[in-house]
Design a protein around this ligand. Structure first.
Ligand code: BES
Ligand code: MN
Ligand code: ZN
Length: 495
């Protein structure tokens, strides 16, 4: 998708479609009224007939108005002029995006930045919301279709006043970077497990680093992990013929001495459960078990494109979880890089086994904070569904900042406690800890497990098991929580 900014008068825009708000009470804003005047009242005639009332989410396409250059006018209900909230603004731009797709338009120009949003009307926020909504509506995953099903929409512009032009241009550049980071993350997630292997994740990181001079990449092989004594990560990889990779992608936007934000993404490119084999129903969706890794790559892509003065490191432990003859068995005990021993009571709790070594490894970056992102527990889907990611942290300020970033971007998270009392559930007869804590509070005990490897720094864990992809027939990766992470990182620059 090509995103751009236009200036000038609405009625003189050469576009297949101009998008205009209609507020409740059938009222047009300044741009709508000007267009209406040029078309000798054609818009107001339709509106006063009641074909569109201005309720949030309504749309109406008016083709061929005389007196104006745009070939069509897409009217979008925008609710009460004085009552447009962040939530209703998102509904408005989503309705516009869906209508553009439904009418198979190839190009459109929006005037919806003109809508004033209650409680902090911010151009950059509106631009992010609008651009990301358009990109999401037009997204298709076509790589394996012999006849691609594309949406027609390929060009989208925003109309800006002369005073706001420069601001909107910068906002669009940023939003475009965010949208393409989200898209990259979705593509990686949607790729099948036989294509998106640990090696594929490594190659994607290398390709990304080649595109941006501020990015550098290293890929550790299993021998390297052996040398680092990553016995826990390697124990998962043993069950598969695909070699594991430990990918490090570094973005340097600030000087060397500045501690980085470290993002650690679970990269299980297929999770069969291992010897504790999962049931067959819906198992294909376990190709999405690398969405944490994909969100790290998508976030670094967006950050590298935006270029803020801050340091960010991505760490991705990548492996398959399969039941080979050499696979870990329930009861096996492994030694993690931290020296702590783990009794593997369930080989399907593999995410924490690879993350713990990646978290221990992350201490070497002397991080400002470490945030891991993982499709870690089915229990998180039960608790929070697809609305919110599960957030756990050993630091209240960090947790608050991440929750706020999630609210701003509508990529929401909800905090769960890591109280000491939960830790007992991980007691093992034979090792320092078990890798599972029983049925109760499964998301929290997974977080408790990770907390034993993150004592040296401020840390947060985001469980995206319910938010990283949508299930069912139209299943697709969502690109969450890239928007949350990018917003958080940029907010740290200004802080
Ligand atoms: N990748 C899964 C978690 C998952 C399951 C995400 C379903 C999204 C949907 C993870 O590796 C896993 O299998 N977790 C187990 C942990 C259990 C054995 C303690 C789970 O949630 O069942
Ligand atoms: Mn599993
Ligand atoms: Zn898993």
């Amino acid at each position: 998708m090509e995103f751009s900014v236009k200036r000038g008068l609405a009625h003189q825009q050469k576009t297949p479609c101009i998008i205009v708000a209609v507020h409740a009470g059938k009222t047009l804003g300044d741009i709508g009224s000007a267009l209406d005047k040029r078309s000798r009242g054609a818009i107001n005639r339709v509106v006063s007939r009641g074909d569109i009332t201005g309720k949030v989410g309504e749309t109406l396409l008016l083709p061929d108005l005389s007196g104006v250059d745009p070939e069509r006018v897409l009217l979008v209900g925008a609710g009460n002029v004085k009552g447009v909230t962040a939530t209703s603004y998102r509904k408005i731009v989503n309705a516009a995006a869906n209508a553009l797709i439904r009418y198979k338009l190839e190009s459109a120009l929006s005037t919806l930045l003109d809508i004033k949003v209650q409680n902090g009307d911010q151009l950059s926020w509106k631009t992010d919301a609008h651009v990301c909504s358009i990109a999401a509506a037009a997204y298709r995953f076509n790589e394996h279709k012999s006849k691609p099903v594309r949406s027609n929409l390929t060009r989208f512009s925003l109309l800006a006043s002369d005073e706001e032009f420069a601001g909107v241009r910068d906002a669009v550049a940023r939003a475009r970077a965010l949208a393409s980071g989200i898209e990259m993350s979705r593509d990686l997630g949607n790729r099948p497990g036989n294509v998106c292997t640990p090696s594929h994740l490594a190659e994607s990181a290398v390709a990304l680093a080649e595109m941006h001079p501020a990015l550098s990449v290293t890929v550790l092989e299993e021998e390297d992990m052996e040398r680092l004594a990553m016995g826990s990560l390697l124990s998962v990889s043993r069950g598969s013929r695909e070699p594991a990779k430990l990918i490090t992608l570094e973005y340097r936007g600030s000087d060397e001495s500045k501690p980085p934000i470290v993002l650690v993404g679970k990269g299980v490119t297929f999770d069969s459960g291992g010897i504790s084999l999962k049931g067959g129903a819906g198992m294909d969706e376990m190709k999405y078990d690398m969405c944490g890794a994909a969100s790290v790559l998508g976030t670094l892509s967006a950050i590298a494109e935006i270029g803020p003065p801050i340091n960010v490191v991505g760490v991705i432990p990548a492996t398959e979880n399969l039941p080979d003859g050499d696979a870990s068995k329930p009861g096996d005990i492994v030694t993690s890089m931290s020296g702590q021993t783990i009794e593997i009571l369930n080989t399907d709790a593999e995410g924490r086994l690879i993350l713990c070594d990646a978290l221990t490894y992350s201490a070497r970056f002397e991080p400002e904070v470490v945030i891991d992102i993982a499709t870690l527990t089915g229990a998180c889907v039960v608790a929070l569904g697809a609305q919110a990611s599960g957030l756990m942290s050993n630091n209240d300020a960090l947790a608050e900042d991440l929750l706020a970033a999630g609210e701003r971007t509508n990529d929401r998270a909800w905090r769960l406690p890591l109280w000491q009392e939960y830790q007992r559930q991980l007691d093992s007869n034979f090792a320092d800890m078990a890798n599972v804590g029983g049925r109760a509070a499964g998301t929290i005990t997974a977080g408790c497990f990770l907390s034993r490897f993150t004592k040296k720094y401020r840390w947060a864990h985001i469980d995206v098991a319910g938010t990283a992809w949508t299930s069912g027939k139209n299943k697709s990766a969502t690109g969450r929580p890239v928007a949350l992470l990018v917003d958080y990182i940029l907010s740290r620059v200004s802080a």
